[in-house]
Design a protein around this ligand. Structure first.
Ligand SMILES: CC(C)(COP(=O)(O)OP(=O)(O)OC[C@H]1O[C@@H](n2cnc3c(N)ncnc32)[C@H](O)[C@@H]1OP(=O)(O)O)[C@@H](O)C(=O)NCCC(=O)NCCS
Length: 193
């Protein structure tokens, strides 16, 4: 049968070999995952030296709004309180966090520690540096005779509130218009065992 002839019977049709149709392989969509690039940096804690003063003021300004950040005068006043101490966290040669605290002298057996501020530069947060600073400050206050610790935290500062609650601090009361811009604070407290 020539190619122009029309077949009478379907059986006359030339046999076409069945070939497998290759289905295009569907590629799984690539899931974009946020990868936290962690560079392991050794962070050391040590006592504050006078030469750290301007860096502490700088970190405080980086961590808070202007209304809440301490002025250098307020920071200096905090450091000269009786029983005051500051611990700094250093990565390489740079101070990247600190805690400032002091122990208020009260009647025997009722001494109170006060965490004035704890500041970790943003890019170094959520690495346990705040935790280490708090542990060391609490230990120092306990050694100095404090039975409980108080601190103030802005009511809208969610990460700090969570941080303190996880470490056993409980809200005692609201301090209305505590900060210069009129924002409120919570007074929080933890009993030292
Ligand atoms: C509040 C503050 C001091 C916490 O410091 P930090 O170094 O981030 O604290 P940590 O890393 O120890 O803990 C923070 C969180 O990170 C988590 N974390 C700790 N190590 C981690 C790691 N290696 N990987 C992932 N997450 C980690 C902790 O579980 C913790 O969670 P939680 O707060 O829900 O308990 C810090 O956010 C800060 O300086 N804020 C600005 C200033 C401020 O608000 N100060 C307090 C008010 S007075």
């Amino acid at each position: 049968m020539s190619s122009n002839e029309v077949p009478n019977d379907l059986n006359d049709l030339p046999k076409v070999q069945k070939t497998e149709v290759q289905k295009p392989k569907l590629q799984k969509p690539k899931v974009q995952r946020k990868v936290r690039l962690e560079v392991r940096i050794e962070v050391r804690l040590r006592d504050f030296h006078q030469r750290d003063f301007s860096r502490l003021c700088e970190i405080d300004r980086l961590c808070y709004s202007e209304a809440i950040a301490y002025t250098p005068e307020e920071m200096a006043l905090g450091l000269v309180q009786p029983g005051a101490f500051a611990l700094v966290a250093e990565a390489g040669e740079q101070v990247i966090a600190f805690v400032l605290a002091y122990r208020k002298k009260r009647s025997l057996g009722n001494s109170v520690g006060h965490i004035v501020t704890i500041d970790v530069v943003e890019e170094f947060r959520a690495r346990g540096i705040g935790h280490r600073l708090m542990e060391s400050a609490e230990q120092r206050l306990r050694q100095n005779g404090a039975r409980r610790i108080i601190l103030e935290v802005e009511t809208e500062n969610g990460p700090a509130l969570r941080f303190y609650k996880r470490r056993g601090y409980a809200i005692q009361r609201l301090l209305s218009s505590y900060y210069a811009d009129g924002s409120d604070a919570y007074l929080m407290e933890k009993a030292l065992t």
